[in-house]
Design a protein around this ligand. Structure first.
Ligand SMILES: Nc1ncnc2c1ncn2[C@@H]1O[C@H](COP(=O)(O)OP(=O)(O)OP(=O)(O)O)[C@@H](O)[C@H]1O
Length: 319
């Protein structure tokens, strides 16, 4: 059952590596049954946040709890799954032997492992290759195996760093469906991804981290809404009375068979609709315009911001 049961909570979380302030008073709550997306440029602090929650890195100030316990406690770690970015599993393993290895680490019995290995590999779509060596796996198959490793012990919270990296579009869709299934089972997913379209499709809420601070936090629907910008379509051959709409004080633009109307307050669209009705016109299409998550991200993250990672500046052309 999903609801308002906090699973990940950080309050005024701060982390410094010497002079570098990687996280500055980050307060965030993720509830049970959410697929939460963490976005940010290289060096924004995403990995630091995940590593503190996993108990790999120590916080400097503030608090971080996972499943109601201070982050990093060993009993909590057993209830957490983690897919690291750029994981390198030893090539001599097969898919099955790798999961035997991780299952042992998780304290699962031999019988349990034997029963669950084919099941979980079926779930991620690589069961047929369970006895092949990893050196024969494609990048997408390795990524699916990484996800199998992260969910093998039925964790309540799953951290996924770039989960669909190297997976083809059909595979990405299958993995999205898997993530939704895990969410429907009441698990909480915390996803770190550069693939903003992916995040937009699968995440319920997202946070944009910039230079250690959360600059935007909300549902994908809220972040991508363009308040007061509507697209209107009328029955074929009908024309919106542009002069009258402009006289109401709104902006109007024709876009193909549609009109884009910009009103001051979203409820003002009712006045345009009244006009449509009063002129005997037939409304066929009305939507509030959206922007992509990528647009929001690019606007929020100043590409030349000082303090972003040297590496990311180089990737952008050495500025
Ligand atoms: N062990 C460390 N010692 C010193 N500085 C560090 C260390 N780890 C991270 N940093 C710095 O902290 C800041 C945040 O880094 P972090 O790895 O958390 O960012 P990120 O958002 O995960 O980046 P990426 O998308 O490139 O993985 C960066 O300025 C980075 O250089």
């Amino acid at each position: 059952m999903s609801g308002q049961e906090p699973v990940i909570v950080t309050e005024q979380l701060q982390k410094s590596y010497g002079e570098v302030e990687a996280l500055k008073r980050v307060s965030l709550t993720v509830n049970r049954g959410e697929i939460f997306g963490l976005l940010g440029q290289n060096g924004a602090g995403k990995s630091t946040l995940i590593k503190i929650l996993l108990g790999i890195v120590r916080k400097t100030e503030g608090s971080a709890t996972l499943l109601g316990e201070p982050a990093g406690r060993s009993d909590v770690r057993r209830r957490v799954g983690y897919l690291p970015e750029d994981h390198q599993f030893p090539q001599y393993h097969t898919g099955a032997s790798l999961l035997h290895f991780y299952g042992q680490l998780y304290g699962m019995s031999r019988d349990d492992r034997r029963r669950k290995i084919p099941e979980v590999l079926e779930t991620v779509g690589i069961r047929k290759r369970m006895d092949s060596k990893l050196r024969t796996y494609s990048k997408g198959m390795k990524q699916r195996l990484g996800i199998a490793q992260a969910i093998f012990h039925d964790p309540d919270v799953i951290f996924l760093d770039e989960p669909t990296d190297g997976v083809d579009p059909v595979g990405r869709k299958e993995l999205r469906e898997l993530f939704e299934k895990l969410r429907d089972q009441g698990r909480t997913l915390f996803v770190n991804s550069h693939l903003l379209q992916e995040v937009e499709l699968v995440c319920t809420r997202v946070a944009i981290l910039q230079r250690g601070e959360i600059v935007r936090l909300g549902t994908v629907a809220d972040l991508t809404r363009q308040e007061g910008r509507f697209v209107i379509g009328l029955a074929p051959g009908q024309e919106l009375p542009a002069d009258e709409v402009i006289r109401l004080g709104y902006r109007l633009e024709k876009a193909g068979a549609f009109w884009e109307v910009v009103v001051n307050d979203p409820t003002d669209i009712d006045r345009v609709l009244e006009l449509v009705s009063a002129r005997g016109l037939k409304l066929r299409h009305l939507v509030e315009k959206k922007q992509s998550l990528e647009d929001v991200f690019v606007r929020e993250t100043d590409q030349n911001a000082p303090g972003t990672d040297e590496r990311s500046r180089k990737q952008r052309g050495g500025r």
